[in-house]
Design a protein around this ligand. Structure first.
Ligand code: M6R
Length: 610
């Protein structure tokens, strides 16, 4: 969470910082600020609210400077207000710091600093770090060394950028647990918490790793470890274009990303299917196939939407590859000392590749000797870099806080992994080819569902005033029910719960009356008749029913209030199709309620704090 951007070069920094912050706003958007230094002055401008508010203030006080840092915040310590907004600064307003992460021992550090006479004006952990650096600046007389010494005292996570009036030729940055990337330009360099902020300026980047610190000048940089050893970093070329990170004519990123799915789904499987052999080829897992296939157990760990994709993965890997699978919330796995052995493979799924809990769970699994694989969207992200091997989903940048196209692409990649494992175990060639044939038609089927957008909007609007929703599905559609409920609650603030349809009678059925909309995912699969019975149970209690059914299904149509029809497919691909109407329902309800779809309250796109 929190967006960080910094500039040093020959251009005016403020427009670059504001543009960068707008691209990073999806990471956090409760307050924002910039600090600049020029030969005459140091200036810090901060405000509660969005980057657009900051932009107004900045335009009212234009100032030329070639060195600056900017921040958009997702509050952890202290409410979202102007004082708690970053950058934080020392008493003399000569040292400025922006920070993403949490300084866990900030209270004990603060105690020491208070004794030395430091005063604090904010409630943040970041201000403590600023004063700690100030303390070392007075002792070491070097910004780089002051930052290094201060960080050696810090427990917790950080991605930071620091500037100092007396050393106006540099930005010092450091990383532990929160992403930090350096962008290399001609006579100018950049820093950011993710590459989206940089790609209009440069495609050449360096990813800092945990425990690394860098001093960046306009035409050079040095990278070291926190214990002061020089390191040489690899320079990467990022392949993200401006079209990938703009709305492309849609009113919201979320809608654009839903509509992107025929292409993103295709991109996730492109070049990875070998029809003649009925298999998938995943370059990122090359050399690891046998170890995965011979695993005693596969654990899939993730958070949020990615965790729902993991559940779909469990069903398919167990059904087709016959390997026991467990799915675990990363936030639970990291602290509960799970039994993981060298014979296990642990797959970590993360769109951003930066989710703090998932990253920490991966480190834990690595310590226990398991093979750790990453399924990530963001190329070069921490989980992608730190896993033993992995597969990119290639869905393209996902900016809307509600994850949509990443979910469907994660499932595509899980199908590819299942195919690879199952064919080496007991899936026959014709069965493998059958899955591939269905995969090759997926993007057309997705496009067919998306054509019903206006029809789905009409239905969604009829339910927009509801206070609660139930989403029910069985088998592969149980995780889809969870995902549909999550989509609705996170962007429309309507309480929604996902349940396996058969569990309803063990409690939730008590909620059913004519005010309770129930969304059933009821495609023609092995549990179809059972779901029909569950629909009858809700109908008997006068619940309002919206059902996602297959084209040609007339049985359910006659029993429910509304239906949305989707094409038939292979059972392991059905979740990819059935989730799309649920994404659109959530989207249209949130729009109807006049809510900020792309930046729902209290949330951030990548959750880099625990
Ligand atoms: O980047 P990740 O996939 O690791 O993110 C995990 C969750 O934070 C994320 O899926 C979250 O639940 C989304 N807001 C759901 O739409």
């Amino acid at each position: 969470m929190c967006g960080i951007v910094g500039y040093i070069g020959t251009k005016n920094s403020l427009p670059i910082l504001i543009e960068g912050l707008k691209r990073l706003e999806y990471r956090g958007y409760d307050s924002a600020g910039v600090a600049i230094i020029n030969s005459k002055e140091c200036k810090v401008i901060k405000t509660k609210g969005k980057v657009s508010e900051l932009e107004k203030l900045v335009s009212a006080h234009p100032v030329e400077s070639h060195l600056g840092i900017g921040h958009t915040r997702w509050a952890t310590h202290g409410e979202p207000n102007t004082i708690n907004a970053h950058p934080h600064f020392n008493k003399e307003k000569t040292l400025f710091l922006i920070h993403n992460g949490i300084i866990e021992n900030y209270l004990s550090l603060k105690k020491g600093l208070l004794k030395e006479g430091y005063e604090f004006i904010s409630e943040t952990d970041t201000e403590v770090l600023t004063h700690l650096i100030d303390h070392y600046l007075k002792l070491k007389n070097s910004l780089f060394q002051a930052v290094r010494y201060a960080l050696n005292e810090v427990e917790g996570t950080y991605g930071i950028a620091v500037i100092y009036k007396n050393e106006p030729d540099k930005i010092v940055v450091a990383k532990k647990g929160s992403p930090l990337v350096i962008g290399l330009g001609e006579n100018e360099n950049f820093v950011a918490s993710d590459v989206n902020a940089l790609i209009t300026h440069t495609k050449q980047v360096i990813y800092l790793e945990d425990g690394e610190i860098a001093e960046i000048h306009k035409d050079s940089y040095t990278t070291k470890t926190i214990s002061d050893e020089t390191i040489i970093k690899e320079i990467f070329h990022v392949d993200v274009g401006i079209d990938d990170i703009t709305k492309g004519g849609y009113p919201h990123f979320m809608l654009k990303e839903i509509m992107d799915q025929p292409e993103s789904i295709y991109n996730s499987m492109r070049g990875r299917l070998v029809y003649d052999e009925g298999i998938s080829k995943l370059g990122g897992l090359q050399g690891f196939e046998d170890r995965i296939i011979n695993s005693k157990r596969i654990i899939i760990s993730a958070c949020g939407t990615s965790w729902h994709a993991a559940l779909v993965g469990e069903y398919m890997i167990e059904q087709y590859a016959g390997i026991p699978v467990e799915v675990e919330y990363a936030s639970e796995m990291r602290y509960r000392n799970p039994i993981i052995s060298k014979e296990d493979t642990v797959i970590f799924i993360s769109q951003s590749g930066e989710t703090a809990d998932t990253l920490a769970a991966m480190k834990e699994a690595k310590k226990k000797g398991a093979l750790c694989l990453g399924i990530c969207n963001v190329v070069g992200s921490s989980i992608a870099r730190e896993s033993d091997a992995g597969v990119y989903i290639h869905a393209g940048p996902e900016i809307g806080v509600a994850s949509t196209k990443a979910f469907t692409s994660q499932i595509v990649v899980l199908v590819l992994i299942t195919l690879m494992l199952a064919r080496k175990r007991n899936l026959s060639l014709p069965d493998g080819q059958d899955i591939i044939k269905h995969m090759q038609k997926l993007n057309e089927k997705v496009a067919e569902i998306l054509k019903q957008n206006e029809y789905i909007k009409d239905i969604a609007e009829k339910y927009a005033d509801s206070k609660n929703f139930l989403y029910l599905g069985r088998g592969y559609h149980f995780p889809v029910a969870l995902e549909g409920a999550l989509k609705l609650k996170e962007i429309s603030y309507i309480h929604a719960e996902g349940y396996p349809a058969a569990e309803m009678k063990h409690g939730p059925i008590a909620l059913i009356d004519n005010n309770m909309p129930v969304v059933f995912i009821a495609t023609k699969d092995s549990v179809y008749e059972k779901v029909v019975s569950n629909i009858q149970e809700v109908r008997a209690r006068k619940g309002r029913i919206l059902a996602i059914v297959n084209e040609g299904d007339t049985q359910i149509e006659s029993m429910v209030d509304h239906v949305i029809k989707i094409p038939k497919s292979h059972n392991i691909l059905n979740p990819i199709l059935s989730v799309i109407p649920l994404q659109l329902i959530a989207y249209h309800i949130a729009v109807k309620k006049g809510l900020n779809v792309d930046q729902p309250r209290n949330l951030a796109k990548s959750v880099t704090v625990e």
